[in-house]
Design a protein around this ligand. Structure first.
Ligand SMILES: Cc1cc2nc3c(=O)[nH]c(=O)nc-3n(C[C@H](O)[C@H](O)[C@H](O)COP(=O)(O)OP(=O)(O)OC[C@H]3O[C@@H](n4cnc5c(N)ncnc54)[C@H](O)[C@@H]3O)c2cc1C
Length: 347
């Protein structure tokens, strides 16, 4: 891109946005904070006119897009701090509307006031933004019952690279997460909620990766009515100040206790696991966001992959072979798990 086109674009954006166009540092990247959908459209129209790409930023938990990080070519960074608006469900509505800059944890906290919660959220929820997770799709807390994120998005409002506004259904979110990017920007979404007034946690410990993986597969077949199911290897358990074993944990609405207890006890028992007491289960559940906190200056680099459940055992064995790899998995109703791996020394 010719430097003059970039300079012309910056001048046009400065004329339209005034001091909401800034520089990350003197001589650094230009960034813009639109204050609503119309401004996001205007920003896209202007940058498209000069063929300058926009680079949307979330909280940087997906790695590869931090405010200080490199951009693929000279583009304008877009922050969504001014678009964190939330419209909570009224009456019998089961959807919440949120702006792209809203944090998943804040959104879930706000829903709690109405005895509701998000159907799914990422384990990076204290930092990750609505726009950032929608653009990367994935699965997370709640996926055992509700599946992938895209199955829980009624619609997303996006601004195309040319500045057109479109509503897309959740299943089309995959088009946003193509490696080359779509150039579209998420400016809002309607997300599925669930009743969440009385969840109970569960946790079990195992001596080996094989026994843990067999339990996960068994529960995926017998399908007790859990909301969430996840697991940790001993390296990550230790980092969370939990006992250094393979841990299985999750949560379910307390009213489903009867349907959960039998299949859970059977799967854990036949694979030589040990169910933990309620106090320990709460402790494991309370650490589900580690190592992400709302205030941490940065998050460690993570490798993120979705694998069939039949590959969980091998993935855990590979981590064990290397000794310093911390691994966690979230199980989806689709028979897949999202594996996140971190190097221990970065935690
Ligand atoms: C500890 C940890 C736990 C994690 N847990 C999960 C998990 O449970 N499930 C999971 O799927 N992933 C998980 N991740 C990966 C990552 O957190 C998620 O993908 C996350 O939701 C990204 O959100 P973000 O706001 O940090 O986006 P960023 O990392 O800032 O951005 C991610 C991508 O989205 C684009 N983007 C940002 N905002 C917009 C927008 N408004 N419109 C269009 N594109 C946009 C960016 O350009 C970038 O390409 C985890 C990561 C860490 C470090």
């Amino acid at each position: 891109m010719a430097e003059t086109r970039y300079q012309e674009a910056i001048e046009a954006l400065a004329a339209a946005f005034g001091d909401r166009l800034g520089l990350t540092r003197p001589g650094g990247e230009a960034f813009l904070s639109p204050a609503g959908v119309e401004e996001a459209r205007l920003m896209a129209e202007i940058s498209n006119r000069y063929s300058v790409p926009l680079v949307p930023l979330g909280a940087g938990t997906g790695n590869g897009s931090t405010p200080e990080g490199p951009t693929p070519e000279r583009g304008v960074l877009v922050r969504f701090d001014l678009m964190q608006d939330v419209r909570l469900p009224e009456n019998d509505e089961t959807w919440v509307e949120a702006g792209p800059g809203a944090s998943w944890l804040n959104l879930d906290d706000e829903l709690r006031a109405r005895a509701r919660g998000l159907a799914v959220y990422p384990t990076s929820a204290p930092r990750a933004t609505v726009g950032g997770w929608l653009a990367t799709d994935g699965l997370g807390v709640g996926s055992f019952e509700f599946g992938r994120l895209r199955e829980n998005v009624l619609s997303a409002t996006v601004v195309s690279a040319r500045g057109d506004l479109r509503e897309i259904p959740g299943e089309d979110l995959a088009s946003l997460s193509r490696p080359e990017g779509s150039g579209s920007i998420v400016v809002g979404a309607r997300l599925r909620t669930r009743r969440a007034d009385a969840d109970a946690p569960l946790a079990a410990a195992f001596g080996s990766a094989a026994n843990l993986a067999a339990t996960v597969e068994s529960l995926s077949d017998s399908r007790p009515p859990l909301w969430h199911l996840a697991f940790l290897n001993p390296v990550l358990a230790r980092a969370r100040h939990l006992e250094g074993e393979y841990l299985l944990f999750g949560a379910y609405p307390r009213e489903r206790e009867e349907g959960v207890a039998g299949p859970l006890g059977e799967a854990v028992g036949k694979n030589r696991g040990r169910l933990l007491c309620a106090a320990d289960a709460y402790r494991v559940w309370g650490e589900r966001f580690f190592p992400v906190t709302p205030s941490a200056a940065s998050v460690p680099e993570v490798v993120r992959e979705v694998v069939p459940l039949t590959e969980v055992r091998d993935a855990l064995a590979r981590a064990e072979g290397r000794g310093t790899v911390a691994t966690q998995g979230s199980v989806s109703r689709s028979g897949e798990a999202l594996l996140l791996t971190f190097e221990e020394e970065r935690l």
